[in-house]
Design a protein around this ligand. Structure first.
Ligand SMILES: Cc1cc2nc3c(=O)[nH]c(=O)nc-3n(C[C@H](O)[C@H](O)[C@H](O)COP(=O)(O)OP(=O)(O)OC[C@H]3O[C@@H](n4cnc5c(N)ncnc54)[C@H](O)[C@@H]3O)c2cc1C
Length: 416
């Protein structure tokens, strides 16, 4: 079933009886060429690109809940490629280019909205750091614009420029950044993969790995054992728990991150705005709600809910740059579990167990990475070698001293 304006018109005129389920609910087969563990954005994108780019369709995505129940459906929807280090920036720029063609590619409305992202700075040293970042972005083919205070005033006159503690001195903008309807990304990739023969199996938890003589030959699941030539784990906040079943200990901690939505307001915020002197980022949804977030709660947990002190902290960040946010009522909030790596950068790599692959460590920035993560993980699975733009995202980088420490804060998940 393809979507088109004509199809919507026709269904509207005929009682909407022609819509069909967007993907099948198949029973698991005894064996697949590859199993992807985790039906989040990254797992589904991997399956989609394995099928569309590499022609591999004897694949199952095993999801313990329903697809979209994890972080892909819980994030604050921001996409950007404003990274600085060579191990990161080309990867995120590939992701941005894939976002730009995604809806046409999988024929699904994911509401990709390139309204721009603006990172505010509040001091001269911070401006110097942003200039450096902007130049690095341009060298990698991304877009960046440095704005002074007048430029920001023109764009966002409602900000508190003269806050005595955090005066706004300017900002680094990426006009191609923006937001994407998060759960539609999961649905679009699922639909595209299913159409090409990939089995998406929901309510199927992987409970163990079959490992014989150092080779992974399949998985144990809540719906029985399934054999596979390759097993690709992609479970984001559950990375530590799942890889422990294969005897692996990862340089990853799991923390909770919360998101917040206010009541609907008239159009106010042009794109995404981030506070430079604390942790606060905000955009406005098409329904009018301010969608915002801040820092992780700061303790290890697998619970998908957060606590009140961080609500206060995030709202204080908002008040520091746009005091009128204090008049808006908070409508809803939720939490997701983040796979925080020790240098703030992710992994897409083989493991020391033949046939077992790992994708994780996305911290709280993995949504924007979804297309490139799927693209590069599919490449790794199909060709058994890393994709050039993901070549630095290796599991042994700490042993080699080759961390990708984008923020220069080392092994402090709370600061990434
Ligand atoms: C509140 C919040 C705000 C965020 N904001 C942003 C943002 O603005 N921009 C951005 O780029 N990123 C953001 N992120 C981060 C981003 O959402 C994640 O990094 C990214 O979604 C992780 O990849 P995923 O989509 O594959 O994860 P998930 O959707 O979590 O997928 C992993 C899946 O694995 C499944 N699973 C776990 N264990 C098993 C098992 N044993 N067997 C089978 N399946 C299993 C889970 O059920 C889950 O569905 C945010 C995250 C949160 C929580």
């Amino acid at each position: 079933m393809r979507y088109s304006a004509w199809k919507i018109f026709w269904e509207g005129m005929t009682g909407n009886r022609g819509w069909k389920p967007v993907w099948r609910e198949p029973e698991p087969k005894p064996e697949y060429d590859a199993i992807i563990v985790g039906g989040g954005g990254h797992g589904l994108a991997t399956a989609y690109y394995l099928a569309t780019v590499h022609g591999k369709t004897n694949i199952a995505v095993l999801e313990k809940g329903w697809i979209g129940s994890g972080n892909v459906g819980r994030n604050t929807t921001i996409i950007r490629s404003n990274y600085m280090l060579p191990g990161n920036e080309p990867f995120y720029e590939l992701s941005m280019k894939l976002w730009e063609g995604l809806e046409q590619d999988f024929n699904y409305n994911a509401m990709v909205s390139q309204r721009g992202i603006l990172n505010l700075f509040h001091s001269d040293p911070q401006r110097d750091a942003f200039v450096r970042r902007g130049n690095a972005m341009r060298l990698a083919g991304a877009d960046s614009v440095l704005l002074d205070q007048d430029g920001i005033r023109e764009m966002c006159p409602f900000l508190d420029f003269d806050n005595a503690r955090f005066p706004i001195k300017g900002g680094l903008a990426q006009p191609r950044g923006g937001t994407v309807r998060h759960d539609a990304v999961a649905w679009g990739y699922a639909r595209g993969a299913d159409q090409r023969g990939v089995d998406i199996i929901q309510n199927c938890e992987v409970t163990g790995f079959q490992i014989e003589n150092g080779v992974c030959t399949g998985v144990e699941t809540s719906r029985g054992a399934i054999r596979a030539k390759k097993v690709a784990v992609c479970v984001a906040g559950s990375s530590g728990r799942v890889m422990a079943k294969a005897g692996m200990r990862l340089p990853i901690e799991t923390h909770v991150l919360q998101a917040f939505v206010s009541e609907g307001l008239k159009p106010l915020i042009p794109g995404v705005i981030t506070f430079g002197a604390g942790h606060f980022y905000v955009s406005q949804s098409d329904k009018g709600g301010l969608v915002f977030g801040g820092d992780i709660d700061g303790y290890n947990t697998y619970a998908q809910r957060g606590n009140l002190p961080v609500v206060e902290d995030v709202c204080e960040g908002g008040m520091a740059i746009m005091p009128m946010i204090g008049r808006a009522r908070l409508l809803r909030m939720w939490g997701g579990v983040m796979d925080m790596s020790m240098d703030g950068s992710p992994f897409i790599d083989k493991t020391h167990i033949d046939g077992l692959y790992f994708n994780g460590g996305w911290c709280y920035g993995g949504f924007k990475a979804t297309p490139a993560s799927g693209w590069c993980y599919a490449h790794l699975l199909a060709k058994d070698e890393p994709h050039p733009v993901a070549a630095a995202l290796r599991l042994d980088r700490f042993r080699r001293g080759a961390m990708i420490d984008e923020k220069g804060v080392g092994a402090q998940p709370n600061l990434h």
